[in-house]
Design a protein. Structure first.
Length: 328
């Protein structure tokens, strides 16, 4: 059995590759850099150099009969200055990968979306909640909702068997650029404060396993929310600080203060052209209260919720093993 993976160099993509190798799958990946191609080749993974919207590269990656495409690649930037690039990746890239998969005769297409496709809603998200991302002022939410539509339409036409998975906040070992930054800031005593929102924290290992289950199980045409333990960002900060034996803020920062600060940095970025450290979009995410019901994934994909404390412990242990944290 052969599969093709986009976004294999990313945090989730790396864990998905490990799961697929455990399955004995033969793997092809699309990689944007020659260095990544060489790294994958050394690991026995067939790698093709190219961009998501390059038909030649996609045809080459799918040259051998392929059972499933895992489309994991996405641009998650929270800055409006990257909107054109993000739209090209998330929308045009998804359209191109779908087209290539259809032409290659691929049977199943597992698409990694995000809870962001649902926009920012009050209450607990379920798969039946309205998807409000199309109308969001945040480009990431808009592009993820549009990409989902493309995937769903391909499934409805019978071009492919499609499955959509919508992870929440993904946490776990192997992270260098996402929530890992929070660990590093706390470790260096550089965190100015905790945002006032809350989230659902998903174990990257369980999210990867759910992708593989979405390939094998009779769930074509469905979507699955992959959530986790609900906690405030302040609680997350306290859990990290405790594991690292570092001080933590006692209270969350006021949302209004964060919004004003981010707006000032955003205006300055119009002059400098450089992405600010904090954007209005990022503030909107971290001031929101995200709650996710993963019942369908637990039932149909054997998805499991990892306690937040375990996730924090495992992530800190990995960062420490990599030499990214100071000694205790």
């Amino acid at each position: 059995m052969r599969v093709m993976v986009t976004g294999a160099t990313g945090f989730l993509g790396g864990h998905l590759l490990a799961c697929l190798r455990d399955e004995g799958a033969r793997i092809s990946v699309l990689a944007r850099s020659p260095q990544a191609v060489a790294t994958f080749a050394a690991a026995g993974i067939r790698a093709v150099h190219g961009e998501l919207d390059e038909p030649r590269a996609l045809r080459e990656a799918l040259a051998e009969p392929t059972d499933c495409v895992f489309h994991v690649a996405a641009d998650t930037s929270p800055w409006r200055g990257n909107a054109a690039r993000q739209t090209r990746t998330n929308v045009d890239g998804t359209r191109a990968v779908l087209s290539a998969a259809r032409e290659a005769g691929v049977r199943r297409f597992v698409h990694t979306s995000s809870v962001s496709a649902y926009g920012m809603q009050e209450g607990v998200l379920t798969e039946e909640s309205p998807r409000l991302g199309h109308d969001s002022w945040i480009n990431y939410q808009r592009t993820k909702a549009i990409a989902e539509d493309l995937v769903a339409e391909a499934g409805d036409r019978g071009d492919l068997e499609t499955v959509i998975v919508n992870p929440a906040h993904i946490l776990g070992p192997g992270d260098r650029h996402n929530w890992a930054r929070l660990f590093l800031l706390i470790d260096r005593n550089e965190l100015p404060g905790a945002p006032p929102g809350s989230g659902a924290f998903a174990d990257v290992r369980e999210v990867a396993r759910a992708h593989v289950a979405a390939w094998h199980r009779p769930v074509a045409g469905q979507r699955f929310l992959l959530g986790g333990e609900h906690a405030s960002f302040l609680d997350l900060v306290h859990a990290i600080a405790q594991v690292l034996d570092r001080p933590a803020p006692k209270r969350a920062l006021p949302a209004a203060l964060l919004r004003v600060h981010a707006r000032m940095l955003d205006l300055a970025a119009l002059v400098t052209g450089r992405e600010p450290q904090l954007t209005p979009q990022a503030v909107a995410f971290t001031c929101h209260h995200l709650r996710v019901d993963s019942t369908r994934a637990i039932r149909d994909l054997d998805y499991r919720i990892t306690p937040l404390g375990t996730l924090v412990d495992d992530t800190a242990a990995w960062l420490r093993d990599q030499g990214l944290l100071r000694p205790r």
